[in-house]
Design a binder for this molecule. Sequence first.
Ligand SMILES: NC(=O)c1ccc[n+]([C@@H]2O[C@H](COP(=O)([O-])OP(=O)(O)OC[C@H]3O[C@@H](n4cnc5c(N)ncnc54)[C@H](OP(=O)(O)O)[C@@H]3O)[C@@H](O)[C@H]2O)c1
Length: 325
Amino acid sequence: MSPQPLRVALLGAGTVGAATARLLQGRADLLAARCGRPLELAGVAVRDASRPRDGVDPQLLTTDVEALVDGADVVVEVMGGIEPARTLIERALRRGVPVVTANKQLIAQRGPELHAVADGAGAGLHYEGAVMAAVPVMAVVRESLAGDEITSISGVVNGSTNYVLDLVARKGVPFQDAVRQAGELGYLEADPTEDLEGLDAAAKIVILARTAWDLPVALEDVQRQGISRLTDADFRQAAAHGTVVKLVASAWRSRAGGLDRVEVAVRPVALPQDDPLAQVRESVNVVVIEARSAGTLRLQGAGAGGDETASAVLGDLVRAVRSLP
Ligand SMILES: NC(=O)c1ccc[n+]([C@@H]2O[C@H](COP(=O)([O-])OP(=O)(O)OC[C@H]3O[C@@H](n4cnc5c(N)ncnc54)[C@H](OP(=O)(O)O)[C@@H]3O)[C@@H](O)[C@H]2O)c1
């Protein structure tokens, strides 16, 4: 007898959700083989079910998110925002249903309490896609380096701001024009605050730091400065010194008053041209991890995008299904 399909609830059909729905259905055979049983897309929650979505069967669209969650064996949350995403994830976890999410702000702000619920219910909570999309940095920090001591993590983890900084540094575009061009090309949201003020990068470095050191790290702990107050004079000065300005997110261990601490920062830094972080172009992301035995590891790739994030989401989905009892 062939095994019963596993019912997947997909919350969101935007950039990431639509790509996830398309790939989930297009790769049904591959995913069934990797999971050991078929996956069935049970429904796709949206705010407006009357609007058609590319690659998503209109019959699957629903606005009854709670019913969708309650009938699912696995929940994939790609709607974004804190509420109702948090409540819905908690609802699924309390029933012992594993959850996959790409929601970096939610995990950065409420991750510890969601993990407590997940642990209490014996359900998995997975979020590789929340940090640098398909670049598997979470898996490396959480699993591959579990037997090592990570000493620092630093990276260019926000593609939108890197696109702007790269336009200024390599094409000589004035800073404000570069911000406008990045917006027109879709690299920045209509409200670019989260990118320009370093909030997106802060969420990612907080998640990485917590995972690397298993210590409490909050968004409020991040020494944060975005790029919005940079001026063309700053870029001229950096170039005159043979350096390149990048928005760098970093985390490192420190000891103060006999206590182990984690320091986290996001700020523009003028880097030497040959620094690996200085060399990332356009919207590419890079992260450099230093570990006592492994030495220096560098991971690089597209840190955003529908298909790229969906790749990480599907990887987590397979992981979640494989760890089901
Ligand atoms: N985009 C990326 O490259 C990327 C990369 C990594 C991580 N992420 C994360 O992935 C998540 C999704 O991002 P996205 O870019 O795909 O967002 P998006 O394009 O804005 O899509 C959000 C989707 O969620 C639905 N939604 C929002 N609130 C809802 C509610 N209350 N009830 C039901 N449906 C709701 C929306 O429905 P309607 O369509 O009806 O409005 C839309 O389909 C975010 O947490 C983001 O940080 C995104």
